[in-house]
Design a protein around this ligand. Structure first.
Ligand SMILES: [Zn+2]
Ligand SMILES: [Zn+2]
Length: 238
């Protein structure tokens, strides 16, 4: 599925099973084994994830050959039989070669992540100690006392971007009224306006704008339901 330009009302496919929000069990789209989450852009099990990573890191996928007709069925029991067809299926379900890091890159990222986590932990401990010292009983209204200046700025910038998107891409005037019996066209119109707002919102985020366009599309496509839930929470809060 390719994504039309932002602002288009057609980039979500309601028939795509990955949009089912209440799904509890997930299965690898390559071999059908149990999957926990997306890896390199595709819903896959640990085995297919490791296979894809190894194949890309070693560039071994370039030499894979199918001994049959390049149409091998990939299942849990047959996934080791044909590397060629398994790799093709990985790519077909959306796994991106460009997202696989070299071992060196991976270790570098891990080191940075660990250092950051440690720094965050230290900050948290420091904040807790400070609160304890002040004998402070925190409640939700005072949540900002748990946040750093950077956290608050980040949240405010995200909220501002969202508000700008809502003002830039407004609902049509008939949708602004509060009447309850909306027709089907109105509901669809409302839904697509929300999608357009969310796509516009994502574009306002600096960290999102700097990643390649293709990756942006994949992220938006797979995160659109979560964004809708967040939006509902935000609207409810208002
Ligand atoms: Zn698998
Ligand atoms: Zn094959």
């Amino acid at each position: 599925m390719s994504l039309p330009p932002y602002g288009s009302a057609t980039f979500i496919e309601p028939t795509d099973p990955s949009f089912t929000p209440a799904k509890k069990l997930k299965f690898c789209k390559v071999c059908g084994d149990r999957a926990k989450s997306y890896h390199f852009g595709g819903l896959s099990c640990d085995s297919c994830k490791a296979f894809f990573r190894r194949s890309v890191q070693s560039a071994g996928y370039k030499n894979f050959q199918c001994p049959y007709r390049r149409t091998c069925e990939i299942t849990i029991s047959s996934r080791k039989c044909c590397q060629f067809c398994r790799f093709q299926k990985c790519v077909a379900i959306g796994m991106e070669k460009g997202w696989v890091m070299t071992e060196e890159e991976r270790l570098h990222v891990l080191r940075i992540r660990m250092a950051k986590r440690q720094e965050e932990e230290e900050k948290k401990i420091h904040r807790r100690q400070k609160i304890r010292r002040e004998n402070h009983h925190a409640d939700l209204n005072e949540i900002h006392k748990f946040l750093t200046e950077d956290d608050i700025q980040c949240i405010e910038s995200i909220m501002n971007s969202y508000e700008v998107s809502c003002l830039t891409i407004a609902f049509s005037s008939s949708l602004c009224s509060q009447h309850c019996d909306r027709g089907r066209t109105e509901i669809i119109d409302m839904f697509f306006t929300v999608i357009k707002q969310l796509a516009h919102f994502a574009q306002q985020l600096r960290s999102f704008a700097v990643i390649p366009r293709h990756d942006q599309e994949i992220l938006l496509r797979s995160g659109v339901m979560e964004l809708c839930f967040l939006r509902s929470a935000y609207v409810f809060d208002e």
